[in-house]
Design a protein around this ligand. Structure first.
Ligand code: FAD
Ligand code: NAD
Length: 470
């Protein structure tokens, strides 16, 4: 058979990976007149759209409805027995992903971006080889590595995707287990625990550290632990998982110095592996850290000046909105525009019931950074809107610099925390003080008044909260 030579194409910029980092950078570059190849080996939208943010939040939306329906009686609404169809929920999740993936394809085409379907690897500092549906070579002036991350697999309890699942394979379930053991009490472990517990699954979280969500700070970890425990979720902390054996009925999780945990299924959620292997980075001269993260500066430039890296592959924050922002910064640098990455006002949300959201420094981080901090915490139980809607669990908390009043961090646990945090991200990004917040009129009755009240408490001038005893 005659072998056709592989085609070679030339672009101003080659972007490897079409997740929220890569596709956003590609759009910005194309809108500014650059010819762009966006190379994707799997699906447009990356982890976030296909097996991350969007499918999980679609399923969690069902859990939110379930949560409200269970409490209908408290609002004076009489319901009959409530049942659900998990297979239909999975179908809806697939349809949402499909719809967004199609719209993204249309958006990229409208921006005249060339989508190349295949796996890319550097062959030199200015060339990539692509193998897949479309094979060939791509020559570029500049490149952006946006290859993301994958679920971390631990050899001692490797996923078989039948009984031992990861965050991708669990999304394929069409029926619920009776018992689910989750290894890892971070973002993914807690979100899936919340989702499954709401539908009556007996969930056990097995976390190696002394608390779940240890990175979010003590007060949030304690608040979520208490709420999860009330919901019947069992949490074992400080555990060392030694292995998982499959049994006739499910799995048996072997723990060091503790009794094994039996469940129908296990979910392994112990972090992410950075996707930098097999990319031929060494052929381009791009350096990585010990953990495989591509080393970048604040303009997202790697150790090779015409090659940039953004998103999870840089190992910083591993959040979709951070990847997209880094994409804008890298594209701006390529276009010769001023832009720089700052990480002091990164909002992060954990979509559990109740939701958790943070931005800026936690108390522990602020103290470690040498600040004398003032903390203002306002409980939703004291807010008119929360009482009206029966969403009184949780609090909003602001940390400020005692000397200047500048807002350093904010955290909120409770209803709509995901939406509430945006105001504090804007405040911290723009170096606002407690005074600025106090002078801002907040609509009544809204949950956002909790920020005003927290600022007033921090300022020592509370209105809807008892003053400190002198
Ligand atoms: P990715 O989205 O991982 O995209 C990288 C793309 O590169 C992939 O499509 C991959 O196929 C492609 N690729 C890799 N190597 C090659 C190659 N050699 N050639 C061609 N293509 C290649 N973040 C949030 O902010 N909010 C959330 O609610 C949230 N929920 C999450 C839930 C789960 C279950 C998971 C797993 C993650 C979640 N995240 C969330 C994190 C978020 O998904 C990631 O931070 C984000 O997707 C990172 O974007 P990225 O562009 O860096 O990489
Ligand atoms: P994670 O880093 O958030 O949590 C992993 C947890 O597993 C940690 O608490 C860790 O101590 C624990 N752990 C590690 N090894 C263990 C072991 N052998 N036994 C028991 N516990 C162990 O990682 P994740 O939950 O896998 O999520 C990965 C990343 O994806 C997150 O860091 C986050 O950036 C992103 N994500 C974001 C969202 C969101 O924004 N809502 C949702 C999901 C995922």
């Amino acid at each position: 058979m005659e072998r056709r030579p592989m085609e070679k194409k030339r672009f101003d910029v080659a972007v490897i990976g079409a997740g929220p980092g890569g596709y956003v950078a590609a759009i910005k570059l194309a809108q500014n007149g650059r010819s762009v190849a966006l190379i994707e080996k799997n699906f447009l939208g990356g982890t976030c759209l296909n097996v991350g943010c969007i499918p999980t939040k679609t399923l969690l939306a069902n859990a939110q409805i379930m949560h409200k329906v269970k409490r209908a009686g408290e609002y004076g609404i009489v319901t009959g027995p409530v049942t659900f169809d998990f297979a239909k929920m999975k179908q809806r999740k697939d349809a949402v992903v499909e719809k967004l993936r199609k719209s993204l394809g249309t958006l990229l085409q409208a921006n005249k971006i060339t989508i190349v379907q295949g796996e890319a690897a550097f062959t030199s500092p200015h060339e990539l080889k692509v193998v897949g549906k479309e094979s060939g070579w791509i020559e570029f002036e500049q490149a952006i590595v946006a290859t993301g991350s994958q679920p971390l697999d631990i050899p001692a309890f490797a996923c078989d995707h039948k009984k031992i699942l990861n965050s991708t394979s669990i999304l394929e379930l069409t029926a619920l287990p009776k018992k689910l053991a989750i290894i890892g009490g971070g973002y993914i472990g807690c979100e899936f625990a919340s989702l499954y517990a709401e539908f009556g699954v007996k969930v056990t979280i097995l976390e190696a550290l002394p608390t779940i969500l240890s990175l979010q700070g003590k007060s949030l970890a304690e608040a979520l632990t208490s709420s999860f425990t009330k919901q019947g979720i069992e949490i074992q902390t400080g555990v060392l998982v030694q292995g998982i054996e499959e049994t006739s009925s499910g799995v048996s999780i072997r723990l060091k110095d503790r009794s094994p945990v039996e469940a129908d299924l296990a979910l392994v959620a112990v972090g992410r592996a950075i996707a930098s292997k097999g990319l031929g980075l060494e052929k381009a001269g791009v350096q990585t850290s010990d953990k495989g993260a591509v080393i970048v500066n604040d303009k997202m430039r790697t150790t090779v000046p015409h090659i940039y890296a953004i998103g999870d592959v840089t190992g910083q924050f591993l959040l979709a909105h951070v990847a997209s922002h880094q994409g804008i910064v890298a594209a701006s640098a390529i276009l010769g525009l001023r832009a720089q990455m700052h990480y002091n006002a990164v909002p992060a949300v954990i979509f559990t019931e109740p939701e958790i959201a943070t931005v800026g420094l936690s108390t522990e981080q602020a103290v470690a950074a040498g600040y004398s901090v003032t903390v203002g915490r306002f409980p939703f139980a004291a807010l008119g809107k929360s009482i009206a809607t029966l969403d009184t669990d949780g609090f909003a908390e602001i940390l400020s610099d005692q000397k200047t009043g500048q807002i350093l961090g904010a955290q909120v646990i409770g209803h709509e925390a995901s939406t509430l945090i945006a105001e504090m991200a804007l405040a911290i990004q723009n170096e606002l003080t407690l005074e600025c917040l106090i002078e801002t009129i907040h609509a009544h009755p809204t949950l956002s008044e909790s920020w005003l009240e927290a600022a007033l408490i921090a300022n020592g001038t509370p209105i809807h909260f008892p003053p400190k005893r002198k």
